[in-house]
Design a protein around this ligand. Structure first.
Ligand code: IPD
Ligand code: CA
Length: 281
């Protein structure tokens, strides 16, 4: 996989180098376990919301690697929320060991390891993301970004697509694990689909955000994102020129997250906000 650790002179170059090297190794471990055969360890919020033994193993690897390198930093990981730690350095690592777990289970090559480091606590409403890395080992892609220094796929700088009419926009989204929420999301999509070029649902939020950064989608929105789903990907999309936020200028929250070129983002947000209200979301 391409190697890159941030531009010379970047104050967050070292943090990115660490995030990148651990994410690449963790992604190789995930891919190895995938090749050996994946087993579901448990279900979480619903029967569809699963965790595999590999999710846990990969998170443990990432956590111990970070602890060895930076013992004073905080940590929040999807599979160990009960033992999240605040740290004393003022920096917190936010980790999804395998984003796109259902794709991982089925062997669909669209899953990733996502690692971000933020200034502040593990709260997307207040944190300031410094560096992020998203690695999809199935196709060997490494997305990176550091604060105010741009976003990259390997060594190639990323830029969002220019503004387009909504009717020409390829829009990605995701669905909740709750059947009741999904029914409402279906109502939103039935009204949105006739107004856009088409809809994509790849099943990995961090890749959705990176794909906006790379111009593979024009926009992405989702209700129900967790901090680890978007910590790295949101920085990558923002550094590629996207507006990334929730409703009405707020940061991304569990209620809503949207990423797109800023003019398109405003157009889409206005429509989606109305559709969410109508659907009771
Ligand atoms: C999920 C995926 C999915 C998104 C969900 C996430 P997981 O993460 O990113 O695309 O729709 O909101 O929870 O469970 O695969 O790590
Ligand atoms: Ca996950």
């Amino acid at each position: 996989m391409p190697v890159r650790s941030g531009p010379v002179g970047d104050p967050n170059r070292e943090l990115l180098g660490l995030a990148r090297s651990i994410a690449v190794e963790a992604a190789e471990l995930a891919a190895k376990r995938r090749a050996e055969g994946v087993t579901v360890a448990a279900s979480k919020s619903s029967a569809e919301d699963i965790v595999t033994f590999a999710d846990r193993e990969v998170e443990a690897f990432i956590r111990s690697s970070l602890l060895a390198a930076r013992p004073n930093d905080g940590f929040l990981g999807e599979e160990s929320t009960e033992s999240a730690s605040a740290g004393t350095s003022g920096l917190t690592w936010v980790v999804d060991p395998i984003d796109g777990t259902v794709n991982y289970l089925y062997g669909i090559p669209a899953y990733n390891v996502s690692i971000a480091v933020v200034e502040g606590e593990a709260d997307p409403e207040t944190w300031h993301a410094l560096a992020g890395c998203v690695v999809n080992p199935a196709i060997g892609e490494v997305f990176t970004a550091t604060d105010a220094r741009g976003a990259f796929l390997g060594d190639t700088a990323l830029h969002v697509n220019p503004a387009s009419d909504l009717s020409q926009a390829l829009v990605a989204t995701g669905f909740a694990y709750s059947a009741e929420v999904r029914a409402r999301q279906g109502l939103v999509l039935s009204k949105l689909l006739p107004q856009v070029r088409d809809i994509r649902r790849i099943g990995a939020a961090a890749l959705d955000l990176c794909y906006v950064a790379a111009g593979r989608y024009d926009a992405y929105f989702e209700r129900g994102l967790k901090p680890w789903d978007h910590a790295a990907g949101a920085l990558i999309a923002r550094e590629a020129g996207a507006h990334v936020g929730g409703f009405d200028g707020s940061p991304v929250t569990a209620d809503f997250g949207l990423a797109a070129e800023p003019v398109l983002a405003a157009r889409l947000e206005a429509i989606v906000a109305d559709l969410f209200r109508e659907a009771g979301l």
